[in-house]
Write a protein that binds this ligand. Structure first.
Ligand code: SAM
Length: 378
């Protein structure tokens, strides 16, 4: 399967391999985008491909794409529309109810699949069941948000931050970032959320992505788990996590419980995860900024030693909310060191719907001084 982003749809983009735009006039580029060979490729490598059949994309999206592409071909006097393409489109027009104007449709709320190819050789991909509406069934977690695409780009560029590590994703939504972490070689990944519908989709997406090998050639099966974690109830989650310790059996379970009763120093021996990741958790206007204290709380509970690190990728839609999160971190959890980096100049690997979005990475660590101080006072 050729990812749709690797076809050269833009006549200005010189980077794409499919059409050599540098030496071609715009007229030549257009004719290559619609010539018979290219049309056949669009049909066989996208529409008729096994992966598209197994994981159907949004039908409205495919219909809109074909309408535009066929219209493009029709404008050219010399080129004919490929028979397979036309037949495919006609069948869609006849079987799928008309789109509700240009302002969305029922399809927006229904699930379809998105396939994310992580490398141009297509060795690694993540398949996700998603809805197209940003808010559906009362939750923001059933669609893929901009910052998760940037977090994926960042992990592909910096795989060492997660390779061989236990990674816990907060507010996973559909699970893109966590599943990519597993594909890139994390030792174990825990996808978490607190919404029932989201957890159901997360389990489905985990099941669809656990066959095969990671990028280090190791089996993926059984390395990704899905857990309910409400940030407001971080302590309960940690206790529950320990009480079903997979590695140490009963002995370890008892030891963990004793340690939990004793406090932070012993807890440090048994951190739930080495790396915490999250995307589009610090936002506003689309949902309640009052969740910010819970987010600082869960980070405080999960980051217990100075070897762990959290990477929270955020789309900045409202500077005030972002500032409020930073202030909360400084006031309530001063032992956590926070650094912020703009992702504006990071090259994009995945296809971003809003590539102009202001996305920033918040890296968080517990300070060495704080850990030493806590140990000394025990
Ligand atoms: C905007 S979505 C982002 C989803 C995903 N990380 C992404 O970037 O595509 C925010 C997610 O945080 C989850 N969430 C919000 N408040 C939460 C809480 N208190 N505890 C756990 N998850 C929470 C929501 O259920 C939702 O899945």
């Amino acid at each position: 399967m050729i990812p749709i982003r690797l076809f050269s749809w833009s006549i200005q983009d010189p980077q794409q391999p499919e059409v050599d735009n540098i030496n071609s006039s715009p007229r030549e580029c257009v004719s290559r985008l619609i010539d018979a060979k290219f049309q056949q490729k669009v049909y066989s490598e996208i529409l008729d491909h096994q992966i598209t059949k197994e994981f159907p994309p949004s039908q409205d999206y495919v219909k809109a794409f074909l309408k535009k592409y066929i219209g493009f071909i029709e404008r050219d006097q010399d080129e004919e529309i490929d028979e397979n393409l036309l037949e495919y489109y006609m069948e869609m027009v006849n079987t799928i109810p008309n789109m509700a104007g240009d302002h969305g449709s029922k399809d927006q709320d229904q699930s379809s699949y998105k396939v994310y190819c992580l490398d141009n050789e297509q060795q690694q991909r993540v398949v996700l069941k998603v809805t197209l509406s940003m808010i559906s069934q009362g939750t923001t977690g059933l669609s893929v948000w901009e910052a998760s695409l940037t977090l994926v780009d960042y992990m592909i560029k910096n795989p060492d931050i997660i390779r061989g590590k236990i990674v816990l994703e907060l507010g996973s939504g559909c699970g893109l970032a966590g599943l990519v972490a597993a594909k890139l070689g994390a030792k174990k990944v825990i996808l978490t959320d607190f919404n029932g519908s989201v957890l159901k989709v997360l389990r489905h997406n985990r099941d669809k992505n656990q066959d095969g090998k990671d990028s280090l050639g190791r089996d993926l099966y059984g390395r990704v788990s899905v857990d309910e974690l409400d940030w407001a109830e971080a302590e309960r989650y940690i206790a529950r996590h320990w009480s079903r310790d997979d590695d140490g059996g009963e002995e370890m379970l008892e030891e963990n419980q004793n340690e939990l009763a004793r406090g932070r120093e012993e807890v440090a021996i048994n951190a739930v995860a080495d790396v915490i990741i999250g995307s589009d958790l610090v936002k506003s206007n689309t949902y309640d900024p009052d969740i910010l204290p819970y987010l600082t709380h869960v980070l405080d509970k999960l980051l217990i030693n100075d070897k762990q690190q959290a990477f929270i990728m955020s789309t900045i839609r409202n500077e005030d909310t972002f500032r409020r999160f930073k202030d909360l971190m400084t006031d309530k959890v001063p032992d956590l060191e926070t650094s912020i980096e703009s992702m504006a100049s990071m090259p994009k690997i995945l296809c971003h719907e809003n590539s102009a979005a202001d996305v920033r990475l918040i890296s968080i660590k517990r300070s060495i001084a704080a850990v030493t101080e806590t140990s000394a006072s025990q």
